[in-house]
Design a protein around this ligand. Sequence first.
Ligand SMILES: Nc1ncnc2c1ncn2[C@@H]1O[C@H](COP(=O)(O)OP(=O)(O)OP(=O)(O)O)[C@@H](O)[C@H]1O
Length: 884
Amino acid sequence: MGKTVGSLGQGTRPDPVRSFNRWKKKHSHRQHQKKERRKQLKKPEWQVEREGISRLMQNYEKINVNEITRFSDFPLSKKTLKGLQEAQYRLVTEIQKQTIGLALQGKDVLGAAKTGSGKTLAFLVPVLEALYRLQWTSTDGLGVLIISPTRELAYQTFEVLRKVGKNHDFSAGLIIGGKDLKHEAERINNINILVCTPGRLLQHMDETICFHATNLQMLVLDEADRILDMGFADTMNAIIENLPKKRQTLLFSATQTKSVKDLARLSLKDPEYVWVHEKAKYSTPATLEQNYIICELHQKISVLFSFLRSHLTKKSIVFFSSCKEVQYLYRVFCRLRPGISILALHGRQQQMRRMEVYNEFVRKRAAVLFATDIAARGLDFPAVNWVLQFDCPEDANTYIHRAGRTARYKEDGEALLILLPSEEQGMVQQLLQKKVPVKEINLTIIFFLLKRINPEKLIDVQKRLESFLAQDQDLKERAQRCFVSYIRSVYLMKDKEVFDVNKLPITEYALSLGLAVAPRIRFLQKMEKQPNKELGKNQVTEAIQPRAPSLTSDEVEEFRAYFSEKMSILHKSGKRLEETEHSLASGESEEQDEETEDEEMEDHVGQTREPPTDSVPRSEEAQKVKEVPVQFLDRDDDEEDGPDADFLTVKRRDVFGLDLKENEALSKKEPSKSSVKKKLTKVAEAKKVMKRNFKVNKKITFTDEGELVQQWPQIQKCATNDVEEEDDTGGINLDKAKERLQEEDKFDKEEYRKKIKAKHRERRLKEREARREANKRQAKARDEEEAFLDWSDEDDGGFDPSTLPDPDKHRSSEESESEDTKHKMSDTKKKQEMRKRNNTEVDDVRPRSRHGKKAKWETLEPLDTGLSLAEDEELVLHLLKSQN
Ligand SMILES: Nc1ncnc2c1ncn2[C@@H]1O[C@H](COP(=O)(O)OP(=O)(O)OP(=O)(O)O)[C@@H](O)[C@H]1O
């Protein structure tokens, strides 16, 4: 049965195992085929990405500015959107809304918008998208160049780029100078997005062999008007020459350039002008409250100190016109201890220190930053409450940028401008033309209110500065430099309607800095001598009359309301201020030590109570002050100001009355400071000295006879006194030279012989003198000895004075003789006389009888032994000894 079943099964039904295996085989084959087909169907990543990019690009055309409120409304890459979201940027600002679309479409854009309105992202987003679109990699080299006018701004932009672009694979670099060029050169080739300052970029273009920008896709100029102005003109021209013409260019600033020439240099193609706030009522942020005060130059420091004392919990920036002002006032304000941290930022600092100060001020909640205009543009310090412009800005644009450091992106802020009476009219007019709403607050009223409410709020610091300077020579020199530097900055300003150096109360200003006397200012003296100056000599030191406060009652009420509001806030926070001051004072001594060691060290200054003092310096005292020359003024102050001093000097080339064309010609001729800095060689230095007709020190002494003797430099005598005539044919006449040398040689030998002879004579005379002295001494000794011997004989019969020569006789003869021969007596005569005396002595010591002594004395002739004096002496001694 079993078999039947088996045979039946084999014949009628298929084997299930075999059929399963067959099915399995077929199925797996089909699966494999499917897989293969799927594999073939799947696109590579790059391809998918490329497709995504093309889709995005198609959407560029569809961008409708009116529909955009968020970044995600733009056709942006996922990587950029993610970066923006992570940095908490979601909603777009007006400038971002208006420009990002245009830039994505590949157009050249000139973007202008108020300060703090978000221009940085307006160009950074298109930068990232441009390289993303092209699938840029590190091997493609430099794709985007972002140029900023200052190192700090470049650093800040770089930080924002890193934050927003962190999901992209591009490499970004910061090239700002102050670091090792070699180190930068090694890495610069792998950088895709380069953020830099113009000077350093040009240096790399010139010196780094393998650095090139041939692949550049996009050029961005942040603070474009500044970069394109005359200060950077040469550098920028040189940079642009190295860039490919086919590229996209984006220019951004709060105050945009309109110069067609500037833009032509950049070879823009149909640029889009986007001036977001062109039709706005004001050109500054609506949240910015702006005021100005009129203040005499010599009162400014006291006003600043009073201001700081009443804003101890605020974050403020104070702008000055020169580095030296910042350096000096930073030092003295640290010593004055206003009760708040003070920091200083200027172009003469080391790069590291600049960065430290920048970061420190970003972190601080309450502090004061004393700065030059290197901090005026673009810097985005968070939560700055006050911007105080201690010195008048050079123009309205600079004012806008300085004031724009506060009231950024929806925040509030206050700006206070200090103007001199002479600056008011011109500057206020300019500001109003630029749609800057500034209101005047009268200083007299400020003082009045401050005094009435809290007398300590107005403090005259002049006396304290004077005492600091009296103790510290270095500080005094800094004060002098500060003084000259400020006057120079006013002198160099282009706008003579605002800046008139002749109207400055120079002596009072010097006193207010703590100086006892005003340093002499050479350029002012030179200016005085120039006949074509419109103002007379006497006006230079003439002080301006204080402005009479002319206020309407409405204005008074307005200011009263303004200050009562301010003061009520101050009063409320008064207790808290005291606490803060005390806590700051605890760290006082440590900070003080640090301060002396490092001038730039931040000072947590403590509180000191000020007795109320007069705010107005006595003008009589000022009148008495004389001008004194200062040694260091010989130095070139501009050079010391370093590269960042460009900020002040560049715009003012036509100070000397040159028109724009001449300026341009000048700028072409002269290489800019930033691009070429000549190294002063030793030869150049020597030439400089020779030009000044510099003479080495002479040492002149007088002999006893009153003759002049020049000891240094030694004058060489020569045989031929006549100077050799210049030979037109040039070269040296050898025969003549030989002759002259021989003559000189003879002369020298003769001179030498004379010298030797004189020396010998001198020596002989000395010896003779010494011998004479010795004889005298011996004679004296013998007299004494004789006397002694005579005394010893006394026992025998006593001393017979008659044996001595008659003293009167002897003396009178001697006197008469000596009177006659006082000056004429020759050596031989003296010698003879000596011999006589010796002979008498010899005679005296000869064996003698006591009775015949006198007779012998009188009758004895001087014995001529025929020997020399010394031999005679020896003989006498010998005889004496033998007698004994
Ligand atoms: N879309 C945004 N959303 C939120 N914050 C933003 C946005 N855009 C910019 N900001 C912030 O606004 C501040 C000012 O931005 P930014 O520095 O770009 O201004 P700016 O217009 O370049 O100013 P300036 O003219 O002074 O250079 C910054 O703190 C920035 O983080």
